[in-house]
Design a protein. Structure first.
Length: 296
């Protein structure tokens, strides 16, 4: 049994924390929201009233926080993890944050004597609850090996992407491709329909032809062909426009730093930024179909 501190018990963290408890570990849970801590307690975690209390004596610290500023504050603030956890603890940040912030966090953790990985996830709340997330991990080999058994409890795929920050690189490059492919899939289905080819027939053909992609076969934005897709429940998320926009902004910021050409990434970002500005943050990201059709 390992002593684990889990910080950030929101939509994703609550299920991840419960899975660590379910695997028999001694998990102490903390969140700024006391209700989230109570819910974690109901699922078998020890509640902590303060961050320092949660991480005191921890062997593993897992964080699942909204953004980079929260991560840097939680780890390196005066009341933070590195000030109160033993330096033998392995630090696992599963939040989606910028590559630069992840590398800054890794450098600071190393300077304080800690092993740390960035381990952002692919998969939404259902995968977090089910323990079937995919983890993309950046950090030194020793940190990866120390984190891996715990990531395997929360996920079904755990990839070592390379040194610190490379987990975030994999995450944002993948999600930029997802955003681009979703817009393209919506345009293709709309074009087919406008020219008299129904969605199911086009799906039957394209899903076995060269246009095949995950956005089509697992998450079809046209209602009908993929029954579990959000398109069949009026585009309730799933993965909301606001989350896709966050990841595309991180991708564009990193592309600028790296001098990478991202013409279509920018078009996808503009598409989701427009939906967000028009009040559709809560729509599933495949709801861009409605915009392509001129319905919103
Ligand atoms: P969320 O907002 O539901 O949860 C974040 C939690 O962190 C909240 O409960 C909040 O109270 C807590 N928190 C914030 N600052 C804190 C602090 N200083 N100390 C302690 N707790 C603090 O967000 P989420 O949907 O669970 O997402 C978490 C991360 O996972 C984000 O980085 C997101 O981009 C990423 N992600 C989310 C999804 C998804 O489908 N929701 C999928 C993949 C990745």
């Amino acid at each position: 049994m390992t002593k684990i501190a889990f910080i950030g018990l929101g939509n994703m963290g609550s299920g991840m924390c419960a899975n660590l408890v379910g695997a028999g570990h001694e998990v102490t849970a903390f969140d700024l929201n006391p209700d989230a801590v109570k819910q974690a307690e109901a699922k078998g975690a020890q509640p902590a009233a303060f961050l320092r209390e949660a991480v005191s004596g921890a062997e593993i610290v897992v964080t699942m926080l909204p953004a980079g500023k929260h991560v840097l504050e939680v780890y390196f603030g005066a009341e933070g993890v590195t000030a109160h956890a033993p330096s033998t603890a392995t630090l696992i940040d599963c939040s989606t944050i910028s590559v630069d912030e992840a590398r800054e966090a890794a450098d600071k953790a190393k300077a304080a004597g800690f092993l740390m990985v960035d381990a952002p996830v692919s998969g939404g709340t259902a995968a977090a609850d089910a323990g079937t997330l995919t983890f993309m991990v950046g950090g030194p080999d020793a940190a990866f090996e120390a984190a891996k058994p715990f990531l395997e409890i929360m996920g079904k795929n755990v990839f070592h992407a390379g040194p610190a920050g490379n987990g975030q690189v994999a995450k944002i490059a993948n999600n930029m491709l997802l955003g681009i492919s979703m817009v393209g899939t919506c345009e293709a289905f709309n074009l087919a329909e406008k020219l008299g080819l129904d969605a199911q027939t086009f799906f039957n053909i394209a899903s076995t032809a060269s246009g095949q992609c995950w956005s089509m076969t697992s998450y079809c934005p046209a209602p009908g062909p993929v029954p579990a897709a959000p398109s069949n429940r009026d585009y309730q998320p799933g993965f909301a426009v606001a989350m896709m926009l966050k990841d595309l902004k991180l991708a564009l910021g990193a592309a600028e730093t790296a001098g990478a050409n991202v013409v279509f990434g920018k078009l996808a970002e503009a598409t989701y930024a427009n939906l967000s500005a028009d009040g559709f943050d809560g729509l599933d990201f495949s709801g861009v179909m409605k915009r392509v059709r001129g319905e919103i």
